[in-house]
Design a protein around this ligand. Structure first.
Ligand code: NDP
Length: 290
């Protein structure tokens, strides 16, 4: 029979998760700080616990999906975690994941940290490609992987409980840069000059065409050779940046999203790396030993 489970947190994400587990036949006990937000799930078959401690006592598998790590600490304060399998789907930093793992283990629980690479509509929709990174106890993951796989795909990325957050936040950070570029591009075209709806497919296709460059960067980082077979070398790119910046000025668009990256390229070039592609800039960002 499907594993019964407890879910703390019925916000947008927790509610989506609970619905999918309920639909798959799992007994689900939920708790939410604001009780009214858990009520719709009662109508769908969830048991609503009066306190987080009661919810934790109800099942061995305890899944937490709260706002942030502080809320996890507050919600679980006073709950008896001994013998529990705690899975933390709350977004946090790698250090928070590691500290929460040590905290849970000291209370007698096995622990998995996680990073959800999906928005709520992608939960329970396998075709959407949404998935969740997990790290921490390999035994917990193996034992519950079928249950964890019900709402979205699963990717175990290591016994270091910080690694799920590290993968998650690395992807989100890249997305942040991508959206910065998209924001600048839409500001540049001016909706009255070029219709955003005409421009959008060109932009999406261009970003998709450029995305495979990450594989070349990975090859270069692993070989340490940043110069072999470079087709767009840094000296050329830095020259091109002036065109980007002058066009922003012509269009009366703030360059503030472009300049930090342009300045980093100039620093790398000034160090004599004009024959590289952009990969060497990874080294410039490393603050260790500084
Ligand atoms: P919501 O804002 O919808 O829900 C937040 C939840 O946290 C609510 O259940 C809220 O309870 C609870 N909460 C906040 N503070 C506390 C506290 N101090 N003590 C107890 N409970 C608290 O957020 P989401 O459901 O969207 O997000 C939940 C997690 O999922 C986050 O870590 C988020 O980063 C992650 N996530 C969300 C995605 C999304 O697109 N929504 C995508 C990927 C990850 P109350 O109802 O009482 O306020």
């Amino acid at each position: 029979p499907p594993t019964p489970l407890t879910l703390l947190g019925t916000g947008a994400m927790g509610t989506a998760l609970a619905r999918v587990w309920l639909a798959a036949g799992h007994e689900v006990t939920v708790w939410n700080r604001t009780a009214a937000r858990a009520e719709p799930l009662a109508a769908e078959g969830a048991a609503v616990a009066a306190s987080a401690a009661d919810a934790v006592a109800a099942n061995r598998l305890v899944i937490v999906c709260l706002l942030d790590d502080v809320s996890v600490g507050e919600a679980l304060d006073g709950a008896d975690l001994a013998g529990r399998d705690l899975v933390n789907l709350t977004t946090g930093t790698p250090a928070e994941g590691r500290a929460r793992a040590a905290w849970a283990e000291a209370r007698g629980a096995r622990f998995l940290d996680a990073g959800i690479m999906a928005v709520p509509p992608m939960i329970g929709a396998p075709a959407s490609g949404g998935y969740v990174f997990y790290s921490g106890s390999p035994e917990l993951f193996e034992e519950h992987r079928d249950t964890l796989g019900v709402p979205a795909g699963t990717r175990f990325v290591g016994a270091d409980p910080g690694f799920a957050a590290l993968h998650d936040v690395a992807l989100l950070s890249a997305m942040s840069g991508m959206f910065a570029g998209i924001t600048h591009a839409f500001a540049l075209i001016r909706p009255e000059d070029i219709a955003p709806k005409d421009f959008a497919p060109l932009l999406a296709d261009w970003l998709t065409a450029m995305a495979p460059a990450v594989h070349q960067s990975a090859d270069r980082l692993q070989s340490g050779d940043y110069t072999r077979d470079v087709v767009s070398h840094l000296a050329m790119q830095v020259a091109g940046n002036t065109t980007l910046l002058r066009t922003a000025e012509e269009q009366r668009v703030s360059p503030e999203l472009l300049t930090p990256y342009a300045e980093l390229m100039e620093r790398r070039l000034a160090q004599g790396h004009g024959d590289e592609d952009g990969t060497g800039m990874v080294e410039l960002l490393d603050l260790r030993g500084r």
